[in-house]
Design a protein around this ligand. Structure first.
Ligand SMILES: Cc1cc2nc3c(=O)[nH]c(=O)nc-3n(C[C@H](O)[C@H](O)[C@H](O)COP(=O)(O)O)c2cc1C
Ligand code: SF4
Length: 373
């Protein structure tokens, strides 16, 4: 029976346990996307904390695919030395790291993208007020190629795997979703057509890195939006990806426009509120033959173990708990299996935007209070 601390492998990548740091934008890069020493140290600390696999913050494959300040970029060979330092730091600490490849699509603005945002169709999405331009077929082909180039760099620079970002309303998700994809060509309309871009990106990446390198995806199983991506369409995409050879699917749901059902829900303060994407993930698991990871609100050891044992999950992914406690995996392994200390307030976003990097604002307040007392 699966246990959180089983060693496993994903297409040759050996992992020391079934706990995954889900992709978390840290806001610690230079404005052109060059990773900093601060970011390398952040990942080193996560590796030292015993997490089985780190998935990097989302990393843009082309400059206009940048969505937030301080985001990582993998669009140029210029960053080779900085990325090699980063992957070396993780490996020296005994960890494994995948890079999450993204194009933000219409979920950005001219300030970050350096131009009018590009999207499948001219549809403005909530929280991103700028009207995007519709991608031409040539641009679609170029972006798929850029995912391949990003993956090539990732493998050459020491990343152990890549993860495509097919969730949370970014470009791949925008193609999948009927709400943001109103195209009348072969990329729009039926789910076969709406998943064409995703499958082309996957093929481009697979051909570039070869069969013996892990290629994974974070996929929305639902957008939690009226008219958005629904489970049946996500099941279709997951099945096609599994048939094409994807090595793992991490299941998430929601977009920044989904209100209380956004990807990072707040106030996860009792076990019943945890694991909020688990039912969707189980439906995907029933459809595919590759490992499935689930993310969203995991806070307690028992809930995580139960998702493996009773729902057939292969990996449990967490984001916010590891901002607060980068050594959560080791703490649990060493027998202190009390719940993660994160209170799911989302206060950590703001310092990412304003102070050159995310951190747990609650922990900081507690430290300051303790120093005063
Ligand atoms: C500060 C912050 C940054 C995030 N950045 C990313 C990201 O780069 N890519 C991604 O797929 N999800 C991102 N997420 C979403 C998380 O990966 C995760 O899906 C969500 O927070 C729910 O998991 P949790 O309850 O364990 O935090 C981010 C979440 C937070 C709080
Ligand atoms: S600020 Fe701290 S407690 Fe709040 S969500 Fe972020 S990590 Fe969790």
């Amino acid at each position: 029976m699966a246990n959180l601390f089983d060693p496993t492998t994903i297409n040759g990548m050996a992992l020391q346990n079934r706990l995954v740091r889900s992709a978390t934008w840290e806001g610690m890069c230079e404005q052109d996307g060059r990773p900093t020493e601060k970011l390398a140290n952040w990942y080193r600390d996560l590796a030292q904390g015993g997490i089985g696999l780190i998935v990097s913050g989302y990393t843009f494959v082309r400059p206009e695919g940048k969505g937030l300040p301080g985001k990582m970029g993998i669009h140029t060979d210029d960053f080779v030395g900085d990325y090699e330092n980063l992957t070396r730091a993780v490996h020296a600490a005994g960890g494994k790291i995948a890079v999450q490849l993204v194009h933000a699509g219409g979920q950005t603005d001219a300030k970050n993208a350096g131009r009018q945002p590009l999207a499948p169709s001219v549809v403005q999405v909530d929280q991103f007020p700028e009207i995007p331009a519709e991608l031409t077929k040539d641009e679609i082909i170029d972006i798929a190629a850029a995912f391949g180039e990003g993956a090539r760099r990732a493998r050459a620079w020491g990343f152990d795997a890549v993860q495509l970002h097919g969730a949370h309303g970014f470009l791949i998700n925008q193609f999948l979703s009927p709400l943001t994809n109103r195209r009348t060509d072969e990329y729009g309309g039926s789910i076969e057509n709406r998943s064409r871009f995703l499958l082309e990106v996957y093929q481009e990446v697979r051909e570039t890195v070869g069969a013996d390198y892990p290629v994974m995806i974070k996929l929305n199983a639902a957008d939690n939006l009226d008219g958005g991506l629904e489970l049946d369409d996500a099941l279709y995409a997951a099945k096609k990806l599994a048939e094409a050879g994807i090595d793992a699917i991490e299941v998430s749901a929601g977009t920044p426009a989904s209100g209380a059902e956004n990807p990072a829900r707040e106030k996860i303060n009792k076990p019943e509120k945890e694991a909020y994407n688990l039912e969707l993930a189980q439906r995907i698991k029933d459809m595919v033959n590759c490992p499935v990871m689930v993310v969203g609100g995991f806070r307690s050891y028992e809930v995580a173990e139960k998702a493996l044992r009773e729902n057939g999950m292969d990996y449990i992914a967490m984001a916010r708990p590891l901002i607060r406690e980068p050594d959560l995996a080791n703490r649990w392994l060493q027998g202190d299996d009390s719940a993660a200390k994160c209170i799911s307030c989302n206060g950590c976003f703001k310092p990412g935007l304003e102070e050159g990097g995310i951190y747990c604002v609650i922990e900081k307040k507690e430290r300051e209070k303790a120093a005063k007392d």
